[in-house]
Design a protein around this ligand. Structure first.
Ligand SMILES: [Zn+2]
Length: 203
């Protein structure tokens, strides 16, 4: 064991990224190895490894990368979505953690390429009136990273067309809570549509 305080911090943050990633999976916000979690570390960040199911993921598979996505430590390859994370950390000095999910209700809104109207009062406190959807680009590309940064703006959440959702925050637990809330808001929006449709038929 190293006594270097930077190493201790790195180890602690690795463990926290792993815990948040596994909680994200247990909450049903992703399946198998989809989605990813990262946390800012120094000039770069820590990010979940590519292609490992969350129930098999170990803390050494939380990969440390520099801002250009080059691996500094860890076992395996960083998530193929590292560019999106790198671009968000570059543009948003206030963001220290990112949770990217494929949660089904939010993703289905993103597949409809619709903004997500926030129909719940508590949700409006977190997200305002709507969560925007970033324009479509292929996964893992800088084009997608740029589209996500643009869609996110100064906000804390964005949908990605045909793909999923992204939540950003100052800490990992906050980012996970936001990811859960995005899905809750999307579910409430969908369910409210059916009631409106029913009322429309009645009137
Ligand atoms: Zn994804």
């Amino acid at each position: 064991m190293s006594n270097n305080p930077q190493d201790t911090r790195l180890d602690r943050l690795r463990t926290q990224v792993l815990e948040i990633a596994q909680r994200m999976a247990n909450l049903g916000l992703v399946r198998a190895s989809s989605g990813n979690v990262s946390a800012r570390f120094g000039k770069g960040f820590l990010i979940t490894a590519s292609g490992i199911p969350y129930n098999e993921l170990e803390s050494n598979q939380i990969i440390e990368v520099n801002p250009e996505g080059e691996k500094k430590s860890g076992t395996g390859k960083p998530s193929s979505e590292w560019r999106m994370h790198a671009a968000i950390y570059r543009e948003r000095g206030d963001v220290a953690a990112i949770v990217h999910t494929h949660s089904p209700y939010a993703t289905s809104v993103a597949i409809a390429r619709s903004t997500l109207p926030i129909v719940h009062d508590e949700g409006r406190i977190l997200f305002g009136e709507e969560i925007l959807v970033a324009s479509h680009s292929s996964p893992g590309t800088w084009e997608l990273a740029d589209a996500v940064v643009k869609g996110l703006g100064e906000g804390n959440a964005v949908l990605i067309a045909d793909h999923g959702a992204v939540a950003v925050a100052e800490s990992l637990p906050e980012a996970l809570t936001l990811a859960e809330k995005i899905e809750e808001m999307a579910q409430l929006f969908w369910l409210s549509l059916f009631i409106k449709e029913k009322d429309g038929h009645r009137n």
